[in-house]
Write a protein that binds this ligand. Structure first.
Ligand code: AHR
Length: 504
């Protein structure tokens, strides 16, 4: 067995965790909306056509904010298509995903769904085919009380009170040539600044997210961030990051080391934000919105055949990654990585929530189940509220092809609002358990309330409708705090949640 040590102390405070770090994302893509959250005629649909079994699972995770309606989809979306009587809404060809959009779910329906899910909405505006005019109109429609054209139209359409959407994305991945209305950094910077300016003139209480790069490997990475911030620094509040990882070469140690890559990405973007702040002599800090992150690669081959065929189906099964146990480990490590930067990462969205690269899967007309990645996400959202404490961690390392030596344990501690402490830890070692010794002398009077672990002997194990509990959490060995120290055995390849509570 290997050994690792960590010190948990209030003096190593990273920052208050913004609950929006546990956000998610629902795009009009594949079966996320249609037959995902919305399926009128399903035996468990409510009076609005929302699947109550899916709502139950979303509430089980605890998703404080949901990004909508895209994603790539938003860059060709006319939000007016989704308001007014459903029977007169247009069917449109969606060029982002070569699908047909029926517009049965629009702003009203989605905001109603979010309320039922105990979530708030992070709305994205179209800066691909549209611009400043639509930006101001949609904020007026959603947030203005009444007495103006757009706000009165909302009231006429059945919503007397404003939807009060507080967080807005200024477009999506505008640096990517795949985007409808792709822009250069300078083109995007100008329109983001001008759109953001009028949006805040309509409602000064909103916050804005500017597009950063679509991933760390974009050729324009770095220059893009700098150009956008130099233009729009005073208008925007957050800069976005997106990153997906895959394991196409079936190299588990390499795959699980991607959290170190994510850490590098976050550090680099923080440096760029702060460099622009310095250049501008500004007192304002730009924080990060990691509004797309996950594992995504299983479905790529299947989906390419669909795009190539140009059949424009309604709600085709796209991006339906079947997640394995090892995917759940990386998801756990990615959550830990973002929590380690809780002082700057204020918003994050697991992409996505239902059916599309998602923790929740559904069968049209049938059941819903939890994928492997459901569990670390749910645990972090439930128990990771409070103040992030950077553990001073001394763990064995392993060599990677591209990142040098990386630790075989990822961990973070959270001082919870009720005075307890929760430690999240991933042991990435393929074969060996790790004995983690935690120095908790700064927190006298705690006892172990629970040790939850997620492990499977087969890294490729998955959950399915027929076998929904193949990969599921179990009780770990836990331990006893003695002389302010706790030793916990982290099984080989395991996600661990160690919950410490105040002893009576
Ligand atoms: O989440 C799936 C897609 O990934 C989003 O539409 C896009 O923003 C990203 O490329």
């Amino acid at each position: 067995m290997k050994n690792a040590r960590m010190i948990v102390d209030r003096d190593f405070r990273v920052g208050q965790i913004d609950k929006r770090i546990y956000g998610s994302f629902l795009e009009h893509l594949g079966r996320a909306i249609y037959t995902g959250i919305y399926e009128p005629g399903h035996p468990l649909a409510d009076e609005q056509g929302f699947r109550t079994d899916v709502l139950d699972l979303v509430r089980e995770i605890g998703v404080p904010i949901v990004r909508w309606p895209g994603g790539n989809f938003v860059s060709g979306y006319n939000w007016q298509d989704g308001i007014g009587p459903k029977e007169s809404r247009p069917r449109r060809l969606d060029m982002a995903w070569f699908s047909t959009e029926t517009n049965e779910v629009g702003i009203h329906e989605f905001c109603d769904w979010a309320k039922k899910a105990n979530s708030s909405v992070m709305m994205a505006i179209n800066l691909g085919t549209r611009g400043v005019d639509e930006a101001r109109n949609v904020v007026e429609y959603c947030n203005h009380k009444g007495g103006s054209y757009w706000s009165d139209l909302r009231r006429k359409n059945g919503a007397e009170h404003p939807f009060d959407v507080k967080l807005w994305c200024l477009g999506n991945e505008m640096d990517g040539p795949w985007q409808i209305g792709h822009k250069t950094a300078q083109e995007y910077a100008r329109v983001a600044h001008e759109a953001g300016k009028v949006m805040k003139w309509i409602d000064p209480t909103i916050e804005l997210v500017a597009c950063g790069s679509s991933n760390l490997n974009m050729p324009t990475f770095g220059d893009w961030e700098r150009t956008v911030l130099e233009e729009a620094y005073d208008t925007v509040d957050y800069l976005s990051l997106h990153q997906y990882y895959g394991n196409p070469d079936d190299d588990t140690p390499h795959f699980l080391a991607r959290s170190a890559h994510m850490d590098d990405f976050i550090r680099t973007v923080i440096s760029i934000c702060d460099a622009v702040q310095g250049k501008k002599h500004s007192k304002k800090k730009i924080n990060l919105s990691f509004d797309e992150w996950n594992v995504w690669f299983h479905s790529n081959g299947h989906d390419q055949k669909y795009y190539d065929s140009r059949v424009w189906h309604e709600a085709p099964p796209l991006l339906e990654d079947d997640y394995t146990f090892e995917d759940a480990l990386l998801v756990g490590s990615m959550l830990i990585t973002m929590l380690r930067h809780a002082d700057r990462v204020k918003v994050a969205c697991m992409a996505q929530l239902v059916n599309v690269i998602a923790p929740i899967m559904t069968k049209a007309g049938g059941g819903a189940w939890r994928q492997t990645i459901f569990y670390p996400y749910m645990h972090a959202s439930r128990y990771g509220r409070g103040t992030a404490l950077l553990p001073v961690l001394d763990a064995p390392t392993y060599e990677t092809k591209d990142l040098g030596a990386v630790p075989c344990v990822d961990a973070i501690a959270v001082e919870n609002e009720d005075g307890g402490v929760t430690v999240f830890a991933v042991n990435k070692d393929l074969t060996e358990d790790v004995c983690l010794t935690m120095d908790l002398r700064a927190f006298p009077g705690l006892r172990v309330a629970e040790h939850i672990q997620l492990h499977h002997d087969d890294v490729k194990a998955r959950n399915t409708l027929e076998h929904p509990n193949e990969v599921a959490p179990t009780a770990g060995p836990g331990g006893k705090i003695e002389d302010g120290r706790l030793q916990v055995r982290l099984g080989n390849l395991s996600w661990n949640v160690i919950r410490l509570e105040k002893a009576e």
